[in-house]
Write a protein that binds this ligand. Sequence first.
Ligand SMILES: Cc1cc2nc3c(=O)[nH]c(=O)nc-3n(C[C@H](O)[C@H](O)[C@H](O)COP(=O)(O)OP(=O)(O)OC[C@H]3O[C@@H](n4cnc5c(N)ncnc54)[C@H](O)[C@@H]3O)c2cc1C
Length: 512
Amino acid sequence: MKHIEGAEKIRQEFPDILHDESSFESGVPESVYFPETADDLRTALSAASAKGMKVTFVGGRTGTTGGAVPEEGNCAITFSAMNRIRKVEHLDGRPVLVCDPGVTLEEVGRFLQSPAAWPYKVCGSESLGNEGFFYPPDPTEATAQLGGTVATNASGARSYLFGPSRRHIAFLELMFANGDTAVVRRSADNNTPWNRKVITESGSQILVPPLPYTSPGIKNASGYYNSPDMEAVDLFIGSEGTLAAITGIGIFLHPKVRIVSGLSFFGCDKGAFDFADFLRNENSVAAIEFFDGGSLSFIDRYRNRMSGSFPEFPVDSKAAILWEYIENGLGNFENEMEKWEEALLDCGSSFDSTWSGFEDSENKRLHNFRHALPETINGIIAQNKRSCAGIRKIGTDSAFPAGRFRNCYKEMMRLINKSNLTFAAFGHLGDYHIHINLIPYSADELSKALGLYDELMSLAISNGGTVSAEHGIGKIKKKYLAAMYGEEGIAAMRAVKSSLDPQGMLNPGNLF
Ligand SMILES: Cc1cc2nc3c(=O)[nH]c(=O)nc-3n(C[C@H](O)[C@H](O)[C@H](O)COP(=O)(O)OP(=O)(O)OC[C@H]3O[C@@H](n4cnc5c(N)ncnc54)[C@H](O)[C@@H]3O)c2cc1C
């Protein structure tokens, strides 16, 4: 197994490991391991433990909360070399793709396009055919690894219809800090409440203490999951690497669907929100993504830096919705167009003010458009950071209960406009989950943005919203997790961690 020792060598040979997409850094580790197998991983954990080092797990580093950022003087274990697509199994008639944790979403997508053309034989893949199946979680950034997406319970645009990663996991293979392993599976009937025991492959039974809260019924990636009908596998999904390493993943594959999409432009937020209400009552809608006026101006301003070219927006566009519709043969989009045109007109838009994504190439262009915005903002932040070291993007990730969303959005806009900070609001309107991206250009603006962020989090918590709906807490949102669950909730989460990681060795500084 490849292994780099010594902070200076790590800084020189692998500087990328010092940060993720949040631009947050926490020092230089003393050791980095690149396991290729579970046995290598056990060796790395044991070596770190012998030196009294804590360990940070590193996936594709697309995370936005510093979760994969290692700590000064400690150890990092990166999963990039545990990257085999292993086999296809069938569970209850559903195909399950079994992968190493370092397989990226891009690789899963490419494999499913043409399994027979994969560089090595994947047992059972002949049953899939070409482009017969897909894996729904799509957190925009396809370089994310399966392990990282499971650790953060990643979502994305289509989670509006298909749900977050949690819904698509058949089983997880886990390795605990002491090298012991366990496999936790989603049961077929989900009828038996979990007895809160994890049974390891060496025969140990770990009793996991209860949590005093039920996870909110809205989109959520804040803290350990807890619900009356959960199974052991649910605890590890979204646990941000604090309980165990994910060493293998079985993902449910879904029959490929044909998607028709469009980007409809509106004169104001209200028109876009009204159209989203219409879409929520329609069948077969897979995604309802929002872009505010700030996002559109941002795209206009930085058009030349974006990957992919886009036409000019219709005049007076102040908001837009990117929608996706699944054509399944029964629900043919052409049959819906008249009703949709009427709804668009009622909301101040029309099909004339819509870029269509009816062909695959057009669909891809709209997908690129969605991806280009956060990527460009992250690029601007990196540039601002060069002139002012501490600068980072301050981005909200709150989802709200449906009935509170519009008032909360109005209040968020009031607070943000008062601050005079540059911002762009976009994201998953279908789930009442819009990311507010505050873009500081100076130390002064950074401190203003952090103060404003506190106010936005208080607003979310006091209205039954979440502090993270999909990115997780990592190292930079801990105080908000504490505000959301209170001291009792955090103490109970710590007890859960102690039961599975008694030395507190895994992913120090994440969550609490
Ligand atoms: C442009 C852009 C857009 C994005 N849009 C979305 C979006 O729409 N929806 C969304 O949900 N996310 C989004 N993200 C966030 C990001 O893609 C996810 O958080 C992703 O799921 C993290 O995967 P990763 O492999 O990069 O993990 P990393 O960032 O490397 O790590 C994330 C966490 O997982 C832990 N981890 C990684 N691998 C393992 C493992 N094998 N075992 C245990 N713990 C592990 C790490 O320690 C860390 O705590 C976006 C990111 C970018 C850059």
